[in-house]
Design a protein around this ligand. Structure first.
Ligand SMILES: *[C@@H]1O[C@H](CO)[C@@H](O)[C@H](O)[C@H]1NC(C)=O
Ligand SMILES: *[C@@H]1O[C@H](CO)[C@@H](O)[C@H](O)[C@H]1NC(C)=O
Ligand SMILES: *[C@@H]1O[C@H](CO)[C@@H](O)[C@H](O)[C@H]1NC(C)=O
Ligand SMILES: *[C@@H]1O[C@H](CO)[C@@H](O)[C@H](O)[C@H]1NC(C)=O
Ligand SMILES: *[C@@H]1O[C@H](CO)[C@@H](O)[C@H](O)[C@H]1NC(C)=O
Ligand SMILES: *[C@@H]1O[C@H](CO)[C@@H](O)[C@H](O)[C@H]1NC(C)=O
Ligand SMILES: *[C@@H]1O[C@H](CO)[C@@H](O)[C@H](O)[C@H]1NC(C)=O
Length: 914
């Protein structure tokens, strides 16, 4: 790990802290709320067991929801605190009345919801100041109206008084509610609509919608009862008890109204005849919902009155037969819903659709017949559907659909059919030219069938416009051949999931003609072997579903001939699904070039170690699924690119190895990412090492990794320091003098303090300044002084040559300077001489350092320890050149040799050298 990484991790730690903040807030939000929540001016105080309006909400709220509480009254004073209220919901409480000054207090109130309370008496003055109210919901009370309680509601557009056990639709005596648009009177105990019941709405020209559902006691429509509300556009009577005769009466009353949409679900209609809808002849009805009845028979011409009808639903009825006259007159119908309208019970026979049944429906664009049962499709069944674009036959039970021949849909030859849905219709075979009549078809849905055959290509003859084929699922046993799709070159979507029984290992790929293919599903087919060129040429392929196959061997490096890189060239690929394929390897190059890939699914494989570069091209990846593999480490080298722009990661259920090496980078990424990682806290669990076993990887202590590097460095540093110190001290202890000496010499030379060079030129008066102990005088006189005569040397001897009267010290300094060498006659006695020790020796040392290591000559008359030498003379043998160290021989015959060496020692020039 290097320093940038550590900085990143530190950043990530901080980011993580910031990110966990909102998460905690979110968690607290999920808790049962214990106080009102105010948002955007709305106060939600529902479900709080309140007994009164909370007094301490922001004064300027515009909406207040106190529904589902225990309020028994609504004193306007308690609401005076919130004069800006526009919406008030007091539903599901126990209010028994509305206070008359409520609207006065809340002058801006627009919608008031009082549903599910116990409001009983409602008087005119209760709402007298509610002129600004636009919506009033009083559903689910026990209303008893007194006078004209709604008379003041000038602005009201919606009034809901359903579920109040009202016996009449008459809500007032005077003309009122001029702005009303929607009136809901459902679930009351109205049995008769009297002539003048809706008189109070005569001036309500805006009225459009009337709900009269669940009127289970309804028995009578008095003539002209709907006259005052002739402007209604939509009438809903679902669940009201009408039956054929009352329906017919209703339609009569609707005659001449503006009605456009009529919903009659569950109205206990069992038959329709040519009179039922007669009253609607003088309307512009466009939508009729007759679903969820038990209509068994539709008499010929029943719909002849509905010439303007565009949408008709007959869903969930019990029709036995459609004839060529059933839909007579529906010339503008565009959508017909017959789902579950023709059904076969165990005892009954198959319903029958006569030839030309749909002939009258020349404008029909969508025909839905899902989950119907009928005997057969003839060559004329769908004749006349000149505008049909969508035909839904899924779940249909019909003998003719077992084997689709070139005759099955021949009746649709004249239709511009675009979509044919034949899902779950128990098809077992497609004959050649099965859809050849449907030249404009773009979508063919054949999923969930039992088609068992080799697709030779002829099945799809004539489908040059086809863009989508679904053949997935069910019991399909399809065998592809190189020609399978030659007739559908426009194909963009090909779904073959759980549909193939054959191998796809063939010399010419069946997908070769499909250069426009965008989505290919080959999942769940147990495919084990394909050629590398199976997908070649699919340059537009965006989605490839290959999960639940057996492709592991193809990607093994041990595969004979190497891994099969079958994704090569799929440059447009956006989504790749290869889950559950037993993959244990991804070859280096397998995913290369997939630079547009946004979604990669590899879950349920046995992937463990991924190569560093496998994901390197996946720069656009947004979703990565790798859950349920054997991945132990998530390292930056492998996942860095793939995770860079991710919005979702699904990687749980892997045996993560929670060590710094394997997981540190991943944990830091998880802490810093904005991507969603579902189940992160519980499902991402460490498997190793033992210390983290079965713990969430989010518990992994990143700091333990962080500290390691500095500690390591520190350790190295300290131990180096200690070692260095030890070595140094040892060195100093045993060789310190040498270092110091050489250092001094070096400094002197370097700084030019030395006058050695000039010294060589200076005149010396003496060849040597001889220092000896008094006791050794005899030796000097006998062995040294004779050389003056024999060899011509001049020595300076303190006791011989010193000029009496001169200062002793000055004389020493001066004469040493005038001598080329300083010669010590070293004996133990000398070492004890204090003069010698303290001054001469010091000066000699100075000379050695400043001038040359040659300038001092030691003549040992006896053996002297080096340490004694250094202690007393501040000199060591090592400081001097070897030829300057002389030993007085014990044997007489070696004396000439000694003299020879002495001559060399005295003769050497004081050269500048180390
Ligand atoms: C309500 O008033 C507070 C200050 O008293 C203000 O911060 C807030 O935006 C106001 N809300 C609305 C919806 O006006
Ligand atoms: C109705 O609203 C207007 C402002 O839109 C207000 O001036 C008037 O007083 C309100 N009417 C009542 C009865 O509060
Ligand atoms: C409120 O209603 C009363 C009648 O109940 C009426 O006299 C008064 O003028 C109304 N006040 C406003 C502000 O509309
Ligand atoms: C009618 O009653 C049924 C059951 O009684 C109920 O499910 C349905 O919601 C009610 N419809 C209306 C519009 O009240
Ligand atoms: C309605 O059908 C009956 C026979 O069921 C027939 O006599 C009558 O003429 C038909 N009326 C219309 C308007 O089609
Ligand atoms: C339909 O198929 C039969 C053989 O199954 C063939 O004889 C006939 O010519 C085909 N009809 C068309 C219109 O292709
Ligand atoms: C198929 O569509 C073309 C236009 O794309 C149209 O001209 C042709 O009439 C349509 N075929 C049928 C049978 O309607």
């Amino acid at each position: 790990m290097n320093w940038p990484d550590i900085i990143l991790i530190l950043l990530a730690v901080n980011l993580g802290d910031i990110i966990t903040g909102p998460t905690l807030c979110h968690a607290s939000q999920k808790r049962q709320k214990s106080e009102c929540q105010v948002r955007n001016g709305w106060a939600d105080c529902s479900h709080l067991r309140l007994k009164e309006i909370p007094p301490n909400l922001p004064w300027n709220i515009t909406g207040l929801d106190v529904s589902h509480n225990r309020l028994v009254e609504l004193p306007p004073a308690s609401l005076a605190t919130y004069p800006g209220l526009v919406h008030l919901d007091v539903g599901f409480n126990s209010l028994t009345k509305l206070e008359d000054s409520l609207c006065l207090t809340l002058g801006l109130l627009r919608t008031l919801t009082v549903q599910h309370n116990e409001v009983h008496w409602l008087k005119e003055k209760d709402l007298s100041n509610c002129t600004n109210l636009t919506e009033l919901n009083l559903a689910g009370n026990r209303l008893k109206l007194h006078g004209d309680p709604f008379a003041a509601l000038q602005s009201l557009t919606l009034l809901d008084v359903s579920k109040n056990d009202l016996k009449t639709a008459n809500l007032g005596t005077r003309l009122q509610l001029p702005s009303l648009v929607t009136l809901i009177l459902s679930s009351n105990s109205i049995s008769t609509f009297k002539k003048d019941d809706f008189y109070f709405l005569s001036n309500s020209s805006s009225l459009r919608v009337l709900h009269l559902s669940n009127l289970t006691t309804l028995a009578k429509f008095e003539p002209d009862c709907l006259k005052p509300i002739a402007s209604i556009y939509e009438l809903v009577m679902n669940g009201s008890k009408l039956g054929p005769s009352l329906t017919s009466k209703l339609c009569t009353e609707l005659s001449g109204t503006a009605i456009r949409s009529l919903s009659l679900q569950k109205t206990q209609l069992v038959t329709l005849d040519n009179t039922t809808f007669k009253g609607l002849g003088k309307t512009h009805l466009t939508t009729l919902d007759l679903s969820h009845n038990s209509i068994a028979k539709i008499g010929d011409g029943s719909f002849q009155w509905l010439s303007m009808l565009e949408v008709l639903s007959l869903e969930q009825n019990n029709l036995k037969r459609l004839t060529k006259n059933t839909f007579n007159g529906l010339r503008y119908l565009t959508r017909l819903n017959l789902n579950m309208a023709l059904v076969k019970s165990r005892t009954s026979s198959y319903p029958i659709i006569d030839d030309f049944s749909f002939q009258p429906l020349g404008a029909l664009e969508s025909l839905s017949m899902e989950k119907t049962a009928f005997r057969n499709i003839s060559v004329l069944t769908f004749a006349g559907l000149m505008s049909l674009r969508q035909l839904y036959l899924s779940g249909t039970s019909c003998m003719s659909l077992k084997i689709i021949t070139n005759q099955t849909f021949v009746s649709l030859a004249g239709s511009p059919l675009l979509m044919l849905k034949l899902t779950s219709t128990a098809i077992s075979r497609l004959d050649p030219g099965a859809f050849s009549s449907l030249g404009n078809l773009t979508t063919l849905l054949l999923g969930n069938n039992s088609i068992s055959q080799t697709l030779t290509g002829k099945e799809f003859q004539g489908l040059g416009q086809l863009q989508e084929i679904y053949l997935s699922n069910g019991n399909q046993k399809l065998i592809l051949s190189p020609m399978s799709f030659v007739h559908v070159p426009a194909l963009r979507t090909l779904m073959l999931g759980r549909a193939l029984t054959s191998t796809l290992y063939m010399n010419t790929s069946p997908f070769k003609p499909l250069s426009n293919l965008t989505i290919l599903d080959l999942s769940n087919n147990n495919i084990a072997n394909i050629k590398i060129d199976l997908l070649d040429g699919l340059e537009n392929l965006k989605v490839l579903k290959f999960q639940h196959n057996n492709l592991a061997r193809l990607w093994k490096s041990a595969n004979p001939g190497g891994p099969v890189l079958f994704l090569r060239g799929l440059r447009s690929l956006v989504a790749l699904e290869m889950d559950f394929n037993g993959l244990d390897e991804i070859p280096d190059e397998a995913l290369h070039g997939l630079t547009n890939l946004q979604e990669l699914s590899l879950s349920g494989n046995i992937l463990n170690q991924l190569r560093d570069s496998v994901f390197n091209d996946l720069r656009s990846l947004r979703v990565l699924r790798l859950q349920k593999n054997l991945i132990t480490s998530v390292r930056k080298e492998v996942f860095g690119t793939a995770l860079a722009n991710l919005s979702q990661l699904v990687m749980e259920k892997n045996p993560f190895d929670c060590t710094c090496e394997s997981i540190l980078w991943f944990v830091a990424w998880l802490n810093g990412t904005n991507a969603s990682v579902p189940g992160l806290r519980d499902e991402y669990v460490c498997n190793t090492p033992q210390a983290y076993y079965n713990r969430s990887i989010m518990e992994f202590d990143r700091l333990s990794c962080l500290d390691m590097t500095p500690f390591q460095a520190l350790y190295v540093l300290t131990s180096t320091a200690v070692l260095t110190l030890m070595v140094t001290s040892l060195l100093v202890r045993f060789q310190g003098w040498r270092i110091q000496f050489y250092w001094n010499v070096l400094i002197n030379r370097t700084l030019g303090l030395s006058d050695a060079s000039s010294g060589e030129g200076r005149e010396f008066n003496y060849d040597a300044y001889v220092i000896h102990a008094a006791k050794d005088k005899t030796w000097v006189e006998r062995s040294l002084l004779p050389l003056e005569a024999e060899q011509g040397y001049t020595f300076y001897l303190q006791d011989r040559d010193a000029v009496p009267g001169d200062s002793q010290l000055e004389s020493i300094v001066e004469n040493m300077r005038r001598s080329r060498k300083i010669l010590f006659v070293v004996t133990e006695t000398l070492l004890e001489d204090s003069m010698c020790r303290q001054f001469m020796a010091h000066h000699a040392l100075h000379q050695v350092i400043e001038d040359s290591r040659d300038s001092v000559v030691l003549v040992f008359l006896e053996d002297v320890q080096d340490y004694r030498l250094s202690r007393c003379l501040l000199l060591r043998r090592g400081m001097l050149r070897p030829h300057c160290l002389l030993n007085w021989p014990l044997q007489r015959e070696r004396v000439p040799a000694f003299h020879q060496r002495l001559r060399i020692a005295l003769g050497t020039t004081n050269r500048v050298q180390l």
